[in-house]
Design a protein around this ligand. Structure first.
Ligand code: NAP
Length: 503
């Protein structure tokens, strides 16, 4: 029985390199890599050896016969990716052949190991550390401004996605690696400068992600009760810098339908009893237990086929126990899009409950999520706090909590260039423009898109650039030793080893 890749696929392609028959696609050498929502196993060529399952850091690959409940759909989802492609053995195209192997990359031959500081210990920084530690003799200093490492893996991934969080296990060993030093609680630009880092290292890699949120630029956006998605996510993930959130009973309105918005909608409507065995913050769980009737309204500026969420996140909402998923039937384009779907996301909504909603009435008791397509907020109104969200099509939605989940945005690092328009540090293949010895990886390099595994190929590109620079003499030894790099005054917090479920 062949295997199938399921919902928690992190797309980092660890499975691709161990597959003996090349049945997992797209591979990093194929053009589609990075543009698909996940990777897929070709059921026609899979030999059921299980090597991919063992290598998967996110526990996403299982034999089809063992899939249960909503995961059963992934057998068809995997097969559908290969639907139009002739099976191997047919004369064309050569989809199932490996591309030319990459030439071996240059490694510096200096007797003194390279010293590299990596700022940020989320997935982008850790994939970069992994590449350096496994493939070179470099010494790595990991720096994070928070007292615990992990970045988005710890404070961004939803607590009910333990398989995705499990990717952190892959990185835990690099914190204790003999060539690694981990320095926590230091912010570059506040406690130390970029020059301080360069004085002790040949190179510095910034993997600081996108530290702030995009804004909508509408009146009332700063009223109490209007918060960015990051705040809600940090609240339920116990982020040390994020205060408690006032979660009212009743309706919550979210602008945006990316995967972050769907994560929030799911956490706010899941039966709290089902969240008890996850790593959700106790403060959030207590509030969720208090008021269980809740309506989440997701405002999507585009239609069912174009919205940014991925199919797997949408399917998860459809299968949430005790939660109705409703599509507001307010615009004729919605029926048309669902009647003749142009992609799997629209097709998945074909059987959803279409309902013409009377927004003036109080939400019914119970838990439900409403998708309202072709709608953008235009103003938030209220004296003391948000009381209502007005939309461009004239709707007024009463609510005391409005969450904008319209994407993240990078912030400048003192001493480095910054592109205000795109919110990234300008770079060429990871090398920061006009700053020798300085590199970027992850969202601060390419903008806030892509899941965890996308960072693996991104990190590989940056490390390739760095090693090429090292072999061509562009990374001279730093004037000061690594051991004199300040750390003693900063307490080291315990490094998480495994996700331990709450008893
Ligand atoms: P995102 O995917 O870029 O979604 C942003 C949302 O905001 C989209 O729905 C977008 O509309 C909407 N939007 C943007 N500007 C707007 C405006 N001016 N007015 C109204 N709506 C606006 O960002 P994200 O949800 O923050 O996620 C960031 C990245 O993390 C994504 O790559 C995501 O896939 C990834 N992520 C993945 C997972 C997972 O795999 N489970 C979980 C969380 C995050 P359109 O839809 O019309 O573009």
């Amino acid at each position: 029985m062949p295997y199938a890749i399921t919902q928690s696929c992190c797309s980092d392609a660890s499975c691709v390199s161990v597959c003996p028959v090349n049945c997992i696609h797209p591979t990093p050498q194929e053009r589609a890599f990075g543009s698909t929502e996940m990777l897929y196993v070709d059921p026609r060529t899979c030999i059921s050896c299980g090597a991919c399952s063992d290598a998967c850091p996110a526990d996403a690959i299982h034999p089809i016969e063992t899939l249960t409940g909503p995961l059963q759909q992934y057998a068809a989802i995997n097969a559908a990716y290969f639907g139009e492609i002739p099976p191997p053995g047919d004369p064309a195209p050569n989809f199932h052949l490996w591309d030319q192997p990459e030439p071996p990359r240059p490694l510096p031959s200096t007797p003194i190991p390279l010293r590299v500081a990596i700022v940020g210990t989320g997935p982008a920084g850790m994939y970069a550390a992994e590449d350096l530690l496994l493939h070179t003799n470099a010494e790595v200093t990991l720096v994070d401004r928070l007292p615990s490492p992990g970045g988005l893996l710890r404070y961004g991934v939803a607590p009910d996605h333990p398989a995705t969080r499990k990717v952190a296990d892959r990185f835990a060993r690099f914190h204790d690696h003999p060539r690694t030093r981990t320095v926590l609680g230091i912010e570059i630009g506040r406690d130390l400068t970029h020059e301080d880092l360069l004085a002790h290292h040949n190179a510095v890699i910034y993997a600081v992600g996108s530290a702030t949120d995009r804004r909508l630029g509408i009146p009332g956006e700063d009223l109490p009760g209007s918060i960015p998605a990051r705040r809600l996510v940090g609240w339920y993930n116990d982020h040390p810098e994020i205060d408690t959130v006032h979660l009212p009973a009743g309706r919550v309105v979210i602008a945006g339908t990316g995967n972050v918005a769907l994560d929030i909608a799911r956490i706010l409507t899941t039966d709290p009893a089902a969240l008890r065995n996850t790593e959700i913050a106790q403060r959030a769980l207590s509030v969720l237990e208090k008021h269980q009737d809740r309506e989440i309204v997701l405002l999507a500026r585009r239609g069912p086929a174009e919205a940014s969420y991925s199919l797997s996140e949408l399917l998860e909402l459809q299968h949430l126990a005790g939660v109705d998923l409703v599509v507001d039937d307010h615009d004729p384009r919605i029926r048309a899009a669902l009647a003749e779907p142009t992609n799997a996301k629209a097709a998945a909504l074909r059987d959803a409950a279409l309902e013409t909603i009377d927004w003036a009435s109080t939400p019914k008791p119970g838990r439900r999520i409403v998708l309202r397509f072709y709608t953008t907020p235009s103003e938030l109104t209220g004296h003391d706090r948000v009381r209502s969200v007005r939309t461009t099509d004239g709707l007024d939605l009463n609510t005391e909590l409005f969450i904008r989940s319209v994407g993240y945005r990078g912030t400048p690092i003192p001493g480095l260039p910054f592109d205000e328009e795109s919110g990234v540090i300008p770079n060429h293949s990871g090398r920061v423009t006009d700053r020798p010895g300085t590199y970027v990886v992850g969202w601060i390099k390419r903008g806030p898109t892509g899941g965890i595994g996308t960072n693996r190929t991104c990190a590989k590109q940056t490390i390739n650039t760095l090693l090429t620079d090292a072999t061509t003499g562009l990374l001279p030894p730093p004037p000061r030793s690594r051991s004199s790099f300040p750390r003693a005054s900063f307490p080291r917090a315990p490094v998480p080893r495994r996700s331990i479920p709450r008893p």
